[in-house]
Design a protein around this ligand. Sequence first.
Ligand code: ARG
Length: 464
Amino acid sequence: RSDQIRQGRLAGERSGDLEHFLASMDADRWIARADLLVDMAHLLGLSRQGIIDEAPARALMAALLDLYDHGVPEEAFDERFEDVHAGKEAYLIDRVGEDFGGRLHMGRSRNDEVATCIRIRLKEEIIALLRSLVDLRATLLDVAAGHTGTVMPGFTHLQHAQPTTLAHYLLAYEQAFSRDTARLREAYARVDVSPLGSAAFASTGFPLDRAYTASLLGFSRPAGNSMDAVAARDFAIEVLADASICMTSTSRLCEELVLWSTAFVGFVRLDDAYCSSSSIMPQKKNPDVAEIMRAKAGSVAGSLAAAITITKGLPMSYNRDLQELTPHLWRGVEAARQSIPLLSGMLGSATFDAERMAAEAGRGFSTATELADVLVREYGLPFRTAHRIVGRAVRHGSLDLATLEAAAREAADFSVVELGLTREKIDAVLDPRHAVAVRNIVGGPAPEAVAAQISEQRNLLARD
Ligand code: ARG
């Protein structure tokens, strides 16, 4: 069997290297089954419009259904055909004869065919990603619900900053993943249009019913302009961008799991399933899954960069360059689709060390902000004055009453003792649990505020 598409216009044999260079067979494995659906929809459309007679239509449908049951045969992936569309057409012609098999491609081009296939498969990938994001968010909310009272240090610049809770921290990531969910849902609506019937770019003189084939394939509607339908890949770029944004949050969380599982920090113990050991150091338990996931975020960002760069110089309408984009799309969405469920499992099975977190929560004068705030709220100082006094006391190495008094005299020329500040007051204010408890406004870390966030996000999750 040879490549019939070349036989009319072109002469001569091509080397295997050249065929390999042009072929998209590896990426086409992603869309081979979708391509059968596209064939069937197109065939039903041709038949309904009276463009194809009943005998060839029946023979072709029988062959297509058989392929759908048994899978596209390996011979259709022979690189001599360049792509699965041509390989499968040659196979069908072989099977039902050219008089029948040679009629399937009426009013169609591989340009609208491939764009339709990619959109069908991408919709499935988006749905899988959405499902796993919903699971991940449920895990984060469940773990958070068990840790609303688990006080831990919060960081800015990776320095101890102010106390917070593990629940508040986990909810921060849940918020990001809920935005990723919203982004992907919006992208889905833009992927969900059918290019079929656009043919090479100028549509066709055959009286195709594009709305009919679009609905057969589960699309919301046909794409509105046949040139755009074959040329556009912004839908792919958009999904890669969404996946890349999502993987960026994933990577930040993984980075923290790596950090938190060190002996330095010791906030978390990852389940053994998510760790690997060392070939030389028998004691080692390494967070390899989190590391690979952190790296995948880089790969997905690379796929996005490749997709944008491949597309940016292309004139209207279809250019073969677009074939080079597709493997990046599949690689990118696959990395995200694999990562999110694993992240969910890794978090759900992790053990957090509440004692270690509590021990660190007050370190590095992390409640100094609250002390300054109390000097403002209860003793009437301007915030900048209170900030300078507390900062000066920290410079002197302590927040006890004597140091604060000396700092106040030195930095503000008055006495906090005379204002009524006492040892007991300072002790109460410097307790990390107190600092968390008073941060009880919308979005804050106080257990009540966090409980409200959990229930709000659970409602959002139920809708997603
Ligand atoms: N393999 C091609 C792709 O992925 C299919 C479309 C080929 N069209 C063409 N005019 N050569 O883009």
